[in-house]
Ligand binder design. Sequence first.
Ligand code: HEC
Length: 124
Amino acid sequence: MKSATISMVGMLVLAASLMMISGPSQATDFPTGNANAGQSKVSAVCAMCHGPDGNSTSPQYPKLAGQHANYLEYQLESFQSGQRSSSIMSGMAAMLSKQDIANVAAYLWFFAGFRGASSLASIP
Ligand code: HEC
């Protein structure tokens, strides 16, 4: 009887920690865009400055690979609204639809934890 009680407590602790692992921080950052569409956009438009996978090799251009998707979306929307201004990026962001932004953010976010990966295909 006593061991049954202990294992019930153990189960509750396990359940609670699993809930914490899959908790809200992941949910809020999980991208809603289409990473494959984002990859096409990045290679066509953004690659010349930020690199094909967002790993810029020039100190003039920030690295975007592995950045939080909601951070990237927020920055691109800030360029669009004029809240953040850049002679280069304000024009770049103006060309993006809301869906483009979500897609690009999903693609670049994919590299979180996979730094150095050069394509979506190389990510297991
Ligand atoms: C001609 C070069 C160039 C191109 C092309 C370009 N960018 Fe940028 N990007 C920059 C520069 C320069 C900055 C830094 C802006 C500043 O000074 O605030 C920047 C900043 C950013 C930032 C903010 C990064 C941060 O850490 O806050 C994001 C996000 C971004 N670019 C996304 C993109 C996307 C997505 C594309 C393609 C649709 C793109 N950029 C195309 C030059 C470029």
